[in-house]
Write a protein that binds this ligand. Structure first.
Ligand code: HEC
Length: 150
């Protein structure tokens, strides 16, 4: 009896802590860091995995550059980066063309098309519209990362 009581007293704080942590993770939506990663795997080869991550890091850097240029109201330069680094280039058409996952392919192509639209909006030199277009393009980053993993 005493042993059970001691065990209960010892475990209760631990269990309370564990459920609090789970609730916290849930509210901030750390899906990729949960023990169960429910995202669809793309089943990529090692070479394509590497190439994808290199491209992704370049896309992240381009997004940062665009934000900085927007703050300085350098719209033409921001438009150039958007088209060249995030737009639908032949390389990107080729990469997504290779994918067997239709959902992933569509998201990727829509993303790159949205970056070309972003470039056109940036050329209008309208800051508010440009920020909205950037938000739209970044929505694809968020959507795809929620759905897919390598
Ligand atoms: C069509 C899908 C898709 C889109 C759109 C997309 N990504 Fe990714 N990204 C991925 C996948 C898949 C991975 C690999 C994730 C994994 O396996 O956990 C990834 C990984 C990354 C990584 C990790 C790189 C590393 O070296 O670990 C970064 C950073 C990243 N993406 C940035 C971006 C940014 C910024 C955007 C938008 C401007 C973007 N991605 C748009 C699919 C996408």
């Amino acid at each position: 009896m005493n042993k059970i009581l001691i065990l209960t007293l010892t475990l209760t704080p631990l269990l309370t802590h564990m459920s609090a942590t789970a609730a916290q993770d849930d509210t901030i939506g750390l899906t990729a860091h949960n023990i169960f990663d429910n995202r669809t795997s793309l089943g990529l080869s090692a070479k394509i995995k590497h190439r994808q991550l290199v491209n992704m890091r370049a896309q992240m850097a381009a997004t940062q550059a665009i934000i900085g240029l927007l703050a300085e109201e350098k719209f033409e330069k921001a438009a150039k980066i958007s088209r060249a680094k995030l737009g639908l280039t032949d390389e990107m058409k080729q990469i997504y063309g290779l994918s067997k996952n239709e959902d992933f392919k569509k998201l990727g192509l829509d993303f790159h098309n949205s970056a070309d639209e972003l470039a056109t909006t940036l050329q209008s030199k309208d800051l508010k519209k440009s920020l909205q277009a950037l938000r739209n393009t970044m929505g694809y980053c968020v959507q795809c990362h929620n759905k897919f993993r390598q």
